[in-house]
Ligand binder design. Structure first.
Ligand code: B12
Ligand code: SF4
Length: 474
């Protein structure tokens, strides 16, 4: 079948991100001998006009849309991407009679609501490699589609239980139809996945919903081969591991790093790391294997908040892991959340004090917590009247603890502006799209938070405002 794949993501903050999920889909389709073309709207200047041209020339028999992000997750400068998605779909409808199937993490977070909202024929929930092939098979044979918990069909009742599909094995994505060079140049990195899944249960988090709670690892040799290929063909020298947690399970992470050392993989990299599972031995192997940046999903410096968020680590783990990075001179940043259930002035102060004590390369602070369907935070938000049963979570709604509503921005802004290495995207403290793009012109690799600590003083909207934000709910 002739299939056109569209990556609708045009976000360039904090960097343009290579559409890895769609590359997995392209790989599965090509392996099954389908004729595949890709249009990636990320760098397209005339997005809809370019799309129109491809639709007229290629005449696809099926269009697959990848919806990675619903919104920018940034309170109060919240930005929903759904309008852009609607425009892309309208263009497809105007210039093609082909059927439309949608997938991706953004779609999988609220599939029923999105199928209702978007003018598409099918929605695939979770990992699409195998479910999409089955769908195509039935379409080609013109057979009635069997019920599946991973497939939503316009005009049909939703499956009684909707769960994300999981590929039977995680293979290697096919990047040959994408502009990898452009992502490397303008985003400073390419990305790679070594496993899927997270067994933990942090109250707000969607990752276990998207990838499942059981960890599924790839063959280490295959991962290293993919790296070698990326270095040779994609001329990459920087990789971001997109795994939910790079350092868990610990033995897998260590085996991978040892293999990278053994095979002399010449690449620097960064990843999400859980402070609870970072031993000195593992950090040693990570550094030997080229690790240059660590992003800790720390969330809070308050033991009470870590407990409320149901984190898998303690404040002491955070101190130990951060100090290890300082000793080993590895750039590291802590992601913090402010305003979750139970947060008050005291717990906020605890987070600031801990960061002052640890003095990491950077701190990235997010205000409010985005409420997603199926999370514990959704239940809490419903019980506290923050949202109602009918609230449509395809649009961003944020939980802010009652004692901080109306003043969280002020409290965090004032404290963050006294500290050099704090980045607060929602308040444009030490970050704007313009600043990021200017820095990238110097061909800097890796995440840009690594540079923020070198700023002389913290600033609001460095180099001017980012694109205007829109109201955070509809
Ligand atoms: C790693 C990561 C990052 C890294 C990316 C680094 C890099 N260079 O790649 C960083 C930290 C930079 C980042 C930034 C952001 N991220 Co992010 N990120 C992730 C994470 C953990 C993994 C994404 C990934 O690569 N997965 C691996 C691929 C293989 O999986 P996949 O894309 O889901 O694809 C599979 C399926 O979805 C499906 N599929 C995909 N496309 C299609 C198409 C069709 C037709 C079909 C049938 C199926 C299908 O099949 C694929 C293969 O199995 C996810 C959470 C998660 N666990 O998924 C969040 C996630 C994607 N991010 C999210 C967001 C919001 C952002 C930011 C906007 C946050 C911010 N303000 O900075 C930015 C946007 C960046 C950008 N330019 O787009 C959200 C998106 C949902 C939402 N709320 O809108 C997620 C889901 C996290 C969350 N909160 O739930 N991110
Ligand atoms: S925050 Fe991290 S550890 Fe917690 S559930 Fe999400 S991915 Fe897992």
């Amino acid at each position: 079948m002739k299939i056109l794949l569209i990556s609708v993501n045009r976000e360039h903050m904090p960097a343009p991100v290579f559409p890895l999920g769609l590359a997995y889909i392209a790989g599965a389709l090509k392996k099954a001998n389908h004729s595949v073309e890709v249009i990636d709207l990320c760098f397209s200047r005339e997005g809809l006009a370019d799309l129109q041209g491809v639709l007229i020339r290629f005449k696809p028999e099926l269009i697959g849309l990848s919806l990675r992000n619903l919104d920018n997750l940034t309170y109060p400068a919240s930005l929903s991407y759904l309008k852009e998605v609607e425009e892309v779909i309208a263009t497809c409808r105007s210039f093609s009679s082909s059927r439309l199937v949608i997938g991706g993490s953004g779609f999988s977070l609220a599939p029923q609501e999105l199928l209702k909202h978007l003018n598409v024929d099918f929605g695939i929930v979770g990992e699409g490699e195998e479910v999409l092939l089955t769908l195509i098979d039935f379409l080609e044979k013109n057979l009635p589609l069997p019920p599946s918990p991973h497939l939503l069909i316009r005009g049909h009742p939703a499956p009684p239980c909707i769960v994300g599909g999981q590929a039977s094995s995680i293979s290697t994505p096919d990047r040959s139809l994408f502009q990898t060079g452009r992502y490397l140049e303008e985003g400073g990195m390419l990305n790679l996945q070594t496993k899927r899944g997270c067994p933990f249960s942090c109250i707000y988090c969607t990752y276990p919903l998207l990838e499942g709670k059981k960890i599924r690892v790839r063959e280490v040799d295959e991962v290293v081969e993919e790296m070698e290929h990326l270095i040779q063909e994609g001329e990459t020298d920087y990789i971001y591991f997109v795994d939910d947690i790079f350092n868990y399970p610990v033995p897998f992470a260590e085996t991978l790093c040892r293999k990278m050392v053994e095979r002399r993989i010449k690449v620097t990299w960064s990843a999400f790391v859980n402070p609870g599972f970072l031993s000195e031995n593992l950090l040693h192997w990570m550094v030997e294997a080229g690790c240059r940046g660590i992003e800790f999903g720390t969330d809070s410096g308050s033991p009470k908040m870590l407990h409320y968020y149901r984190k898998s680590f303690t404040r002491e783990d955070v101190i130990r892991a951060s100090q290890l990075c300082s000793i080993w001179k590895v750039n590291h940043c802590h992601y913090l959340l402010f305003g979750g259930p139970g947060e008050d002035d005291e717990t906020i102060e605890e987070s600031f004090q801990l960061m002052d004590q640890l003095d990491p390369t950077a701190v990235i602070a997010m205000l409010g917590i985005r409420i997603y369907p199926g999370t514990e935070l959704e239940k809490i938000s419903l019980s506290q009247g923050v949202i109602r049963e009918e609230t449509n979570l395809i649009y961003p709604h944020f939980y802010i603890s009652p004692s901080l509503r109306g003043r969280l921005e002020e409290v965090i802004g004032e404290k963050a502006l006294k500290r050099r290495q704090w980045i607060v995207p929602g308040l444009e403290i030490n970050v704007t799209q313009n600043l990021m793009e200017q820095i990238r012109k110097f061909k800097i690799r890796g995440p840009l938070w690594e540079l923020v600590g070198r700023m002389k003083r913290p600033r609001v909207s460095p180099l001017g405002h980012s694109k205007s934000s829109i109201p955070d709910s509809n």
